[in-house]
Write a protein that binds this ligand. Structure first.
Ligand SMILES: [Zn+2]
Ligand SMILES: [Zn+2]
Length: 224
């Protein structure tokens, strides 16, 4: 079982977004640096944005692992299937190149980053929101890259150093997710939220809630 090939059109589009998203991030940094005055507590929304990025990566991953099916229209092939393939054949992910690995996240983030320019840096709330959004996107953009690195047996030494420092998801933390039944450590950006979410049983509780509201059964469509 392998991940589907991308069409030349989607490759070109994803390449475009991989240029646009980092360019927008850089433009935001320049905008912050040249702002008249900056809120002194900007590290707080930045930290919250980075935490939200990891939490968001977990939520998206959990949704794809737990609900829906590969045969669903649109989302099934592009969203659910890659996550399901990844459990059955983790090494297939290592064969995906840079554009295939990172393009989707860049495509989702580009509009959000563009909207971020509408936040006024003259107001304190606007600055806080802008710092949050930019940190969220900066933390989220390399998610799939970081995930791929967590699967490499011998990544670049800079990557290893970042993994050891706990700044990005480590191989050991992620291996726990790859142990059946694949229901812990869903977060794949920094991995910072994994321990806390496991300790409060966040995802099992969410599954109970979703089942109660919709009648769906978690992982009902997952082939073992
Ligand atoms: Zn998974
Ligand atoms: Zn993985």
């Amino acid at each position: 079982m392998v991940h589907g090939e991308m069409s030349p059109l989607s490759r070109t589009l994803e390449f475009g977004f991989l240029v646009i998203a980092p360019a927008l991030l850089l433009a935001h940094v320049v905008r912050f640096a040249t702002a008249e005055d900056r809120i002194w507590w900007w590290p707080i929304p930045v930290m919250l944005g980075l935490i939200a990025a990891d939490f968001g990566s977990g939520l998206v991953h959990w949704a794809a692992d737990t609900w829906g099916s590969e045969t669903m229209p649109v989302l099934g092939k592009r969203f659910v299937r890659p996550f399901r393939v990844h459990h059955q054949n983790p090494d297939d992910f290592l064969a995906r190149d840079f554009i295939d690995t990172n393009g989707d996240v860049a495509m989702v983030e580009a509009p959000l980053l563009a909207l971020g320019f509408a936040l006024p840096l003259t107001a304190e709330w606007g600055q806080a929101a802008a710092f949050f959004v930019v940190a969220l996107c900066a933390g989220g953009l390399p998610t799939n890259q970081v995930h791929q690195w967590a699967h490499m047996t011998d990544p670049h030494r800079v990557v290893k150093a970042l993994q050891r420092a706990g700044l990005i998801l480590s191989r050991n933390a992620h291996q726990r997710h790859h142990t059946a039944p694949h229901v812990v450590n869903y977060c794949i950006a920094t991995g910072w939220c994994n321990r806390a979410l496991t300790s409060i049983r966040f995802f099992p509780r969410m599954e109970t809630l979703v089942s109660r509201l919709t009648g769906w059964q978690p992982r009902s469509d997952v082939r073992s």
